[in-house]
Design a protein around this ligand. Structure first.
Ligand code: ARG
Length: 299
C-alpha cells in the first residue's frame, strides 16, 4: 500500500481502492461487555428512546443481558467485563466509547470517542483505563473533531485495514479525514441521512469479507454504490426488520446474532450460509440499542 492510499478517504466509487491494495487485518476474538447495573432510559437521545423514559424492566434487562453474554460465549468468543460506572445508564452499550484498531506491527490501540451527549462523556475514561490495562496505546482525535462515537459509527471491514465510517448524525464528517490520518488506513465515508438510524451500526452489519446487511434508506446513493462496490452479497433489510434492529446484528464466524423476530432477514442469512442466532434484547431496544451496540470486539 502506498502512503497515499493508506490514508485515503473514499467518498465515491471513483475513489475506491482495490482490496488487493489494502492490507489484511487480524480479526479480534474477544468481546467486551458491561453489566447493566445502572441501565435505564433517562432521556431521549434517539427516536427509539422517546416514549420509554423510566420504562425499563430491570429484571428482564438483566436476564436478556446474561443470555446475550452466554450466546456470545457459545459462539466461541470469550466475554471480558468492564466495571459499570455509577449511574452511567448507557455504559452497557460498549460499542460506542472507543474504536479499537491494530497497527502495522500488530500492536493494539484505541481511538477515544467524543460523545455527543454530556451524560455519555463520563463513560470514556472508564474505557480508556480498561484498554490501557490491556496494553493498548491510546490515541486522541484532533480537537476539531468534537463528536465521534467509536464502534457505533466506525465498523472495520472484516479482514482488511479498511474502515467504514458513518457520519452526519452522531459522528462529525471531519472525523473521516482525521481517522484516516491518525490510523493510516483508508476510510469509506457513509453519510447517514435518516434521523432514526442514527449510528452506522443501526443500518449496516458486515457479515464476512463478501457479505453485508443494510437498510438502504439510511444512506445516500454514493454510499449505496460504495457498499455494492465492496461487497458481493448485499442483504437489503425491510423497514420492519430494520426497526426491529436486524442490522444491529453481530457476525461471529458463520453465526449471526440478532434480535428475534426478523423472519425475512433470517431467511436471507440462511440462503447465504449463515446461521442466525436469535436473542431477545427488547429492553435495550427501548434505549435504541441491540446486539451490536452491547459489545466491543477486542484483541
Ligand atoms: N442510548 C444510547 C445512545 O443513544 C444507545 C446507543 C446504542 N449504541 C449503538 N452502537 N447504536 O447513545
Amino acid at each position: 500500500m502506498t502512503n497515499q492510499t493508506k490514508m485515503q478517504v473514499i467518498a465515491s466509487v471513483k475513489d475506491a481502492i482495490a482490496f488487493s491494495q489494502i492490507a489484511p487485518r487480524a480479526v479480534p476474538r474477544r468481546i467486551l461487555m458491561c453489566h447493566p447495573t445502572y441501565f435505564e432510559v433517562k432521556d431521549a437521545k434517539n427516536e427509539f428512546m422517546s416514549g420509554n423514559i423510566g420504562g425499563v424492566d430491570k429484571a428482564k434487562a438483566l436476564t436478556q443481558w446474561n443470555d446475550l453474554k452466554s450466546t456470545f460465549e457459545k459462539c466461541g468468543f470469550p466475554v471480558e467485563l468492564i466495571e459499570p460506572g455509577a449511574e452511567l445508564e448507557d455504559m452497557v452499550f460498549t460499542a460506542n466509547q472507543v474504536l479499537p484498531a491494530i497497527d502495522d506491527h500488530g500492536k493494539p490501540l484505541v481511538v477515544l470517542g467524543r460523545m455527543t451527549y454530556e451524560s455519555r462523556t463520563h463513560e470514556v475514561p472508564h474505557f480508556e483505563k480498561w484498554f490501557r490495562g490491556q496494553g493498548y496505546s491510546v490515541l486522541q482525535l484532533p480537537a476539531e473533531c468534537t463528536r465521534f462515537e467509536g464502534g457505533g459509527d466506525g465498523v472495520w471491514h472484516p479482514d482488511r485495514e479498511l474502515l467504514w465510517l458513518g457520519f452526519g448524525s452522531r459522528t462529525e464528517e471531519s472525523c473521516c479525514d482525521a481517522i484516516a490520518k491518525l490510523l493510516q488506513v483508508p476510510v469509506v465515508k457513509l453519510k447517514l441521512i435518516s434521523q432514526k438510524f442514527y449510528h452506522l451500526d443501526t443500518a449496516f452489519a458486515v457479515l464476512n469479507a463478501d457479505s453485508v446487511m443494510i437498510y438502504p434508506p439510511a444512506f445516500e446513493q454514493a454510499g449505496l454504490s460504495l457498499i455494492r462496490n465492496y461487497f458481493r452479497n448485499v442483504i437489503e433489510v425491510s423497514e420492519s426488520d430494520a426497526n426491529n434492529f436486524a442490522c444491529n446484528a453481530l457476525a461471529l464466524d458463520r453465526y449471526v446474532v440478532l434480535q428475534k423476530g426478523s423472519e425475512a432477514t433470517c431467511g436471507d442469512l440462511c440462503r447465504l450460509g449463515f446461521v442466525p442466532v436469535e436473542v431477545d434484547t427488547s429492553e435495550f431496544m427501548k434505549s435504541g440499542g441491540s446486539v451490536f451496540c452491547m459489545k466491543q470486539m477486542v484483541y
